[in-house]
Design a protein around this ligand. Sequence first.
Ligand SMILES: [Zn+2]
Length: 305
Amino acid sequence: MRYALNDKKEKIEVSFSGELAVCEICKANVKGRKGEQRIKHWYHYKNKRTDCDDWHEPISEWHLTWQNLFPVKNREVTLVKNGISHRADILLDNGLVIEVQNSPLKLMEVEKRERFYGRNNLIWILNGDTLAKNSMLKKELFTYRYMLTISIPKSFVYVEDYDFRALMEEVSKSNEIAYLKSEENLYELINENTMTFKFLDNQIENFYLFEVQYRYYIACVYETRYGQTGLEKFRNQIAIEYGSIRETIMEIKLIKKYWKKFVDTMEFPVFIDNLQGMEENELYYYSENRTISKEKFMDHYLKYT
Ligand SMILES: [Zn+2]
């Protein structure tokens, strides 16, 4: 661990090898180690176990770099929940924990930590250098040539409790729509009642047939919800359009190689640092497949220190 308490209960770093201090969690004496090989750290020297916090991992340069972007009081902070203590890499004043992860985790560990810190209280920053070494980010330009638009009416007087949002949600979950949301197609929901799909090439050979079928599918969703009332009118008010466009869009794609499975079990936001193909001042926001500048990231989180 990076910090221990001195006799004034102040958080201190190791200043020389053999220095004594107290572990904030278990109150045991810890010794400082400062050598050439490893980064200076405190270690528990009385018990055989290396650390009282079984979540600890060796400090790396990369850890320090991230921690040092935050004030000392926010670095390596002990959190106690239900009598269990863990040291969070970074704890912000609003309760958000930033875990800076340099080494792989067991699948069970991910869940344990997410449960311990709680929903909306944890984000992960992974070191791409150690955890996604062979993967890389590819920025590619795609030219979309066809666009499909499907809209349902926003208001519909023939049923009393017409709720276009709920209806749209059900429609978008149907198999027929899921089929259109393939990886190559660009999907967008506009004004909550319009779905657009952009295609790289022509995907609808017979639009007339397509339109009839999709009108029918969507009307079925309506019927399940509202019955026969207004069904015919609803079907006629569904708007489906298809045409050619020319739109070039820069897309980010993560090419995974020897991908570590534990990353995909993380339910909380995951950011990856040091990924191949990325600028040095960028972070890859894995959960949302986009890059974000570190500056922007810090601007956001430093507000809570
Ligand atoms: Zn301890």
